[in-house]
Design a protein around this ligand. Sequence first.
Ligand code: TXA
Ligand code: MG
Length: 317
Amino acid sequence: MISKDIYQAAHALYQEEIVAIPTETVYGLAANIYSEKAVRKIFELKNRPLSNPLIVHIGSKNQVEDLTDHIPILAEKLMDTFWPGSLTLVLKKKEKVPDFVTGGKDTVAIRIPQHEKTLQLLNLLPFPLAAPSANPFGSISPTSASHVVKYFDRRIPLIIDGGICQNGLESTIIGFEDDAPVLYRLGSITVEEIENEIGPIQIKKGTSNETIAPGMMNKHYAPTTLTVVTSNISETIHLHKGKRMGLLVFNQKSTNLDVAHQEVLSAKGDLKEAAANLYSSLHRLDAMNLEVIISEKFPEEKWGKTINDRLKRASHQ
Ligand code: TXA
Ligand code: MG
C-alpha cells in the first residue's frame, strides 16, 4: 500500500515490519535496527547476501553516540558540513549495534537523510532505521514510489510516498583507516565537494565481491537490457544497426533515425540534473523491450564521475 502517513509507518515499524521510505538519494527498505526479524526480512526481500552491511539512518546528530564511541576529527567536520544529506560515514561500531545489521563487521555505516518526511519519521521513533536501497540486489535503484511498487508490490505492507528523489544517486560513502578518510563509494556528494572541505581523499577502487563496500561490485545498478557505454555514440549505433536501440545521452539528442527511443538527462548540460534523472531514465529504457541501451560516457568531473561509475557497473558483463 502507498501512503503519505508517517504515523502508519511508525506503527508498522514498531510491529517489526518493513516500510519503504523516501530519501533525497533513493528510496530505502527500512527496519528497526534492533529487530533481527525485520532486518532479516530486508535481506530476504532483496535477495542480498547477509555479509553485505546496511546503512543506519538517524534523525539527528546526537544519535551518533548511541552507535559509536569514536568519531575522527574529520568525520565530525564532514557531519557538520553535509548532514542532513547524502553522505554516509563508516565508523567503529559500539557493541550494541547488531551484527545482523553490519554483516558481522566491527564498523557501522551512518547517515542523516535530507528528506522532510523521513526526518520526521526518524525523529518520532526511539530506534534508528537500517535501510538499503529498495531494489532487488544488483538492479537499478528506485527514485520514485512507483519504482518500489514495481519491485515489491504486495510483498511489503507499506510504501511511504515522498515524491521523486531530489538527488537520484546513492549517498557517498566515506570510511576511516587510522583516522584518515577513504572514499568507498562515489555518490551524490562529489569528490570535489568533499575535498574542498577536508583536503585530498584516497579513493578505494572496488574490484571483487569482497570489497569493503559491496556497492562497489562490478555488476550492480544494472538494467535487464544489455547496456553499453561509449565515447563515440554514432559509431556504436552503427555497430548495433538492425537492433531495437535506446539511447541515454547527456544534453544532445542523436539525429540517427535507427534509434527507437532517447533519454536526454539534462538538456541544459547540468551534471547534477543529469544525475537526478539517471535512474528514472534507465527504468524507462529498461521497460521498453529494447535489445540494447547505448549510453554516452559523461564528463569525468563532479556528478559525472558518479554517473560514469554507475554506468560502468550497469554495463558490466
Ligand atoms: O543513499 C543511500 O545510501 C541509500 C539510501 C536508502 O540511504 N542506501 C543505500 O544502501 O544505498 P545500500 O544498501 O544499497 O548500499 C549501502 C552500501 C553497500 O555497498 C554496503 O556494502 C555499504 O554501504 N556499507 C554499509 N555498511 C558498511 C560498513 N560497515 N563498511 C563498509 N561498507 C558498508
Ligand atoms: Mg543499493
